[in-house]
Design a protein around this ligand. Structure first.
Ligand code: SF4
Length: 432
């Protein structure tokens, strides 16, 4: 049976290989030594990450985009996304963060003013405390450009497609159906209101449907589309307009780039470049930027890194809808300690058995705390893993160590939040 990726559900994804096959997601095979999540194999997939790697290597302009839903506390699962945003910001990305207050109103009935307070107190302050530098942090409800573009995008998608991606049934309210379209607008707006450029969207595996929708829409809005098989590229010209200006763009860019156009088929509106090897990064970008002179809503399809979902400490997905299983970044340290001590583990029935057979860190939510958050070095993590498997580490002591480390992390973050408060205005539109 198909395992649906549901952005609004608290259920965990069980089989990432199956997910990749079903939804056409590529494995993440890049070596990023300076990225903790990549080193620890916590990226379970990617879409067109090659574009971002090339943008970083060439020191080209690129954007990093994410959103937050202001409906409660920021928990450890969302921390991973912001760590990636900070990582890409350090690599040169222009960072855009959308507060999905229209979505929290649509799906959770949160009034806009309350959403604003939640976004600042529970999210933005933590982002600054974690090290995010100034960026484009905005609210969907006050961003007229994003709203206007969402209106234009709605022309590109019908209800059958929304149902197939999100599983919406006939009872779904229009507001909720509209939310993913506003998110697509969030993701594409940096390119629409600037110029086409690579864009990275770090997402949890459950959020990939938003990327599928946005990439589909992006492709539909481009008049010039390209396809490569590694040996040649075929450009096709969509739309119903006179194709000649678009053929001219293709001819000019191909010639400037030192290649030759082979066949041009006027009837099918295609042009082919034979004997093409290497990356299409330059051609895609040059063609998209030239096309922009004729088509004001074209874009480069956004890329993504897809993160493995963190398990809640009582099992299942770490989600704010299951508070007992979740640790929030604004949680009092002693409260978090209590939760960790009640966590389920991969330990054995008895101490004797665990000493003899060892525990299983790979099914243990406490081990995940070390993996995602608490072991700052790979050697520390390896020690926890090996001690667990060999039976020299027992769950009681392991939980105490994890809760001490978590308590220290939360206390430190709390101090940083308070000392960052005076910076909040710099991140908000008009300083308010
Ligand atoms: S020893 Fe630690 S890592 Fe191993 S199963 Fe127990 S709690 Fe989990």
């Amino acid at each position: 049976m198909e395992e649906r990726q549901d952005p609004w559900s608290s259920s965990q994804i069980k089989d990432y290989q199956k997910m990749r096959e079903e939804f056409g997601i590529d494995s993440f095979n890049y070596v990023l030594e300076d990225n903790l999540m990549a080193r620890r194999s916590l990226f379970v997939g990617q879409r067109d990450f090659w574009r971002i790697r090339e943008a970083i290597e060439r020191k080209d302009k690129f954007a990093a985009m994410t959103g937050l839903m202001p409906s409660g506390e920021m928990h450890l699962g969302s921390k991973a996304i912001i760590e990636q945003m900070i990582y890409f910001q350090k690599k040169g990305a222009q960072v855009h963060i959308s507060v999905a207050d229209l979505e929290s109103y649509a799906t959770r009935n949160i009034p806009l003013e309350k959403a604003r307070t939640i976004a600042i107190e529970n999210f933005l302050l933590n982002y600054i405390a974690m090290g995010l530098k100034r960026c484009n942090f905005y609210f969907q409800s006050t961003n007229a450009r994003v709203q206007k573009f969402a209106f234009i995008l709605a022309r590109e998608i019908n209800f059958t497609e929304m149902r197939s991606i999100y599983g919406f049934d006939d009872s779904k309210r229009m507001l909720e159906i509209n939310s993913p379209i506003i998110q697509a607008s969030d993701i594409l707006s940096p390119q629409i209101y600037d110029e086409p450029m690579p864009t990275i969207v770090p997402v949890g595996a459950d959020q990939d449907p938003h990327l599928r929708l946005t990439r589909d829409i992006s492709s539909r809005m481009n008049i010039i589309k390209s396809k490569t098989n590694g040996k040649s590229i075929t450009f096709s010209i969509g739309g119903r307009e006179d194709p000649e200006p678009y053929f001219n763009i293709i001819r000019d860019v191909i010639k400037d780039s030192g290649f030759e156009i082979g066949k041009i088929n006027q009837k099918y509106r295609t042009a082919e470049v034979e004997n093409f090897e290497g990356s299409t990064y330059d051609l895609d970008l040059k063609i998209a930027r030239k096309e922009r002179e004729l088509n004001h809503i074209n874009s480069i399809a956004p890329s993504s890194v897809i993160m493995r979902l963190e398990t809640g400490i009582r099992g299942g997905k770490m989600s704010k809808s299951v508070p007992d299983s979740t640790i929030s970044l604004n949680e009092e340290p002693d409260q978090a300690e209590k939760k960790i001590r009640r966590a389920v583990t991969g330990g054995r029935e008895s101490v004797e058995e665990q000493k003899r057979l060892g525990g299983n860190p790979y099914i243990c939510p406490v081990f995940e705390l070390y993996l995602y958050h608490l072991s700052s070095t790979d050697i520390d993590l390896k020690n926890v893993e090996e001690e667990c498997k060999s039976g020299t580490r027992l769950c009681g002591g392991c939980k105490i160590e994890a809760s001490d480390l978590m308590s220290h992390f939360l206390s430190d973050l709390k101090e940083k939040r308070e000392s960052s408060r005076h910076l909040v205005g710099e991140y908000l539109e008009n300083g308010k």
